[in-house]
Design a protein around this ligand. Sequence first.
Ligand SMILES: O=C1O[C@H](COP(=O)(O)O)[C@@H](O)[C@H](O)[C@H]1O
Length: 268
Amino acid sequence: MDGQPHLYSFPTSTELCKLLRTYVGRCEKAGLTRHGVFKIAVSGGSLPKTLATALLAPSTSEDEKIHWDKWEIFFADERAVALDHADSNYCLLKSELLDKIPASEGVPAVHPIDTDVLNDTQEVADRYEQLLVKSFASRDSVKLPIFDLVLLGCGPDGHTCSLFPGHELLREQNAWVAPIEDSPKPPPCRITLTLPVVVHAVHIAFVATGAGKKDILKEIFELESGRSLPCAMVNEGAKGRCSWFVDDPAVEGVAFPPTPDSGPDSDE
Ligand SMILES: O=C1O[C@H](COP(=O)(O)O)[C@@H](O)[C@H](O)[C@H]1O
């Protein structure tokens, strides 16, 4: 695998969703081969809707089939709010995707935050980290958890998860999950996977669609000033394990380093 992030650009989000499904399916297969389950961390924002379109479409072949009962779903970041709150990433994923999975296709294991301690964001983060320790302990020597796939969004300011530009959390090296109480995007109190955990995953993929992402993608991929943005730091840390799924409006006029292969992770 080469040392650069892969960039897959599609005329429309319909085409993007088709390839995103193929990519997630390959990541799932690799996870199942490796350890019999598929451990995925998902983001909020615009991602759950796109992911739902990709994954809820009927499968056209056995290869395309999603084995939901083998999925363990974690949250790349979460807002410190009740699970039925409009700001909750869990709530969003549930309404967009989880509630729509046909029962006959199996039920994924979903790991939301512990909402008993919402008044203490550090404790919410600590408990989520403990959950990861338990979930990953039997497999790894748990220096860092290794997700099979982390699915990320790219905010218009270059943030990803709840890692914001210039924030001290970008320097966190020890915690797996960290609290943030001064998020520049509301709500202020959140928890997030830290950068070392995100870039340690087997695969990392960004999904960014729409003309609203054009300026920030230009900065991330073309400009020196973009190198310190959280999304660019993921690119730098994950290199060839990182893929971007974008539509044409999101990358109009953006010059990218060439992607050397013909399809998502075709070298695996
Ligand atoms: O606040 C958040 O924003 C980012 C980006 O969202 P998008 O709507 O621009 O895709 C998201 O990835 C993150 O999970 C969420 O908490």
